[in-house]
Structures are given as C-alpha cells and as structure tokens.
Design a protein around this ligand. Structure first.
Ligand code: M5T
Ligand code: MG
Length: 240
C-alpha cells in the first residue's frame, strides 16, 4: 500500500504511442514523503507528459517510476488512483450536481467531507452563490463554470480522498495570488507529497524544491537559491 508518498524516477523516457519522438528524456529524480516539488518549464517542455506517468495514464517507454519503493506495476490501478490525487490541466466535470462531481469515486462521502474539501479548494463560497448551491447541476448539461472554477472543483475532488500524493497540473493558474496562497496553506494541512506544475515563480518558490524542464529534459532540480546559482535558464525565467 501507498502509505508514505515517495516518488522516484529512474532513467525514465517516454514517447506517446503514436509517435517516435521522446517527450520525456532520461529523467532521474526523487521526491521524499511530504516534500513539495514544483515543476516549471516552457510550454511543450513535457511537464504534463511527465505527470501522466505517475498515476499510470501512460507507462514509460524506458526506465522505471516507483512509489514508496515499489514499481508502479506492483500496485493496482484502483490503489494508484485512490492514493494519488491527480488534477489534470483541463479538468472535466460530468453532468451532475456539484456534490456528485466532488464526491466522484468516493462513495459515501459525507456532506461535511464534501464541504471541507470545497472550502480547502477555495470554491465553497462560489458554490454557495449558485442557484441550487451544492445541488446545482454542472457539466455539459449544467451551468457553465469558468476554467478556474472547474479547476477548483477538480482540486476538491482530489482532496476529498486525502491523497498521499497530490498532483496539480497548472491548477492554480486562474487564481489570484491571495486565493492561491489560501489554497496552498490549506493543502499544507493535508501532509501529503505535492507535485505542482506552475508558470509562476512565486508559486514555485513555496515548494521545497523546483524541477526545471526543457525540451523533455530535466535541466536542474534544487531550491530556488540553488537554481539561481546553477541554471542560466532559471535566472532568465526569474528575471522575465
Ligand atoms: C510535450 C506532446 C506535445 C508536446 C510534448 C499531453 C500531450 C502532449 N503531447 C502529445 O503528443 N500528446 C499529449 O496527450 O508532448 O507536451 P506536454 O507534456 O503537454 O508539455 P507541457 O505540459 O510542458 O506544456 P504546457 O503547454 O502545458 O505548459 O510536443 O505536443
Ligand atoms: Mg502541460
């Protein structure tokens, strides 16, 4: 079982099934239980592709990803999806109530659990302003929510499972700084490992370490101070 939330990439390369070209190239790094790692890099650098290998949306074409010391293939998909909260870059809501969308995959979630997850995801106040509040229908045949609101419902959906590993793919891009800060403070109380893709250096700096990707490669990994000293590309990003 996944109880600690460590992640190890061992010489991992990946190409999409229909393609010859590696979009993740020979990547090695380790994330300790409870550590927060930010992933940054320009568009197309391979950040989303790297993330997708952890909940096994795809398997590497080379190398090995391990969680808590065991290769991912040792775990059932149910176990992986239950312990890893993966919030995709473009989250999907299905047609149903807000409650259904947050509790999805966690049968028997209580009202309290649903509301706590929504509060932590900083979406509770917005939900309370909808016509039918938590019973409002959303998704394709429901009210239209903004991209940022969908992202936060999707974060609540991940948080309600109390994941050991939380993965946010640019999920805070639509939030103002104060709201994002409250969200990250709330996530701190979950004591999970967090991997967060972000374009914002201020968000990256809240993590313990930062992984910089470029053209599928890991260019640098370390603290903000370490990367300032070691990486010209990182300095360029900070200055821009
Ligand atoms: C890296 C290609 C993409 C790019 C490379 C998700 C996805 C990506 N790609 C596919 O062929 N199929 C896919 O389903 O892979 O793309 P990425 O991993 O999406 O990069 P990113 O997340 O760093 O970029 P962005 O824009 O989200 O910051 O060649 O075409
Ligand atoms: Mg992406």
């Amino acid at each position: 079982h996944i109880t600690k939330g460590s992640v190890v990439f061992d010489n991992v390369s990946f190409a999409y099934p229909e393609s010859e070209e590696d979009v993740v190239k020979d990547i090695n790094f380790q994330v300790a239980p409870g550590e927060k790692l930010a992933v940054i890099g320009s568009t197309g650098a391979g950040k989303t592709s790297l993330f997708q290998l952890i909940p096994r949306l795809y398997d590497p074409t080379k190398g090995k990803v391990s969680v808590d010391g065991s290769p991912l293939s040792d775990y059932s998909l149910d176990e992986l999806r239950g312990s890893i909260g993966y919030v995709p870059q473009s989250p999907l809501l299905f047609t149903g109530s807000v409650t259904d969308n947050i509790a999805w995959g966690k049968d028997q979630a209580t009202t309290e659990e649903i509301m706590q997850a929504a509060k932590d995801a900083q979406i509770h106040d917005t939900i309370m302003q909808l016509d039918d509040q938590y019973e409002t229908r959303v998704g394709q045949k429901g009210v239209n929510l903004s991209g940022g609101q969908k992202q936060r419902i999707s974060i609540a959906r991940a948080l309600i499972r109390k994941p050991k590993i939380l993965m946010l793919d640019d999920s805070t891009s639509a939030l103002d700084l104060a709201t994002e800060s409250r969200l990250l403070d709330a996530i701190d109380t979950y004591q999970c490992t967090m991997l967060i893709i972000t374009q914002k250096i201020t968000t990256a700096m809240r993590a313990d370490r930062i992984l910089l990707m470029d053209e599928g490669k890991l260019l640098a990994i370390g603290t903000h101070t370490e990367l300032l000293a070691s990486s010209a590309l990182y300095r360029k990003i900070v200055e821009s």
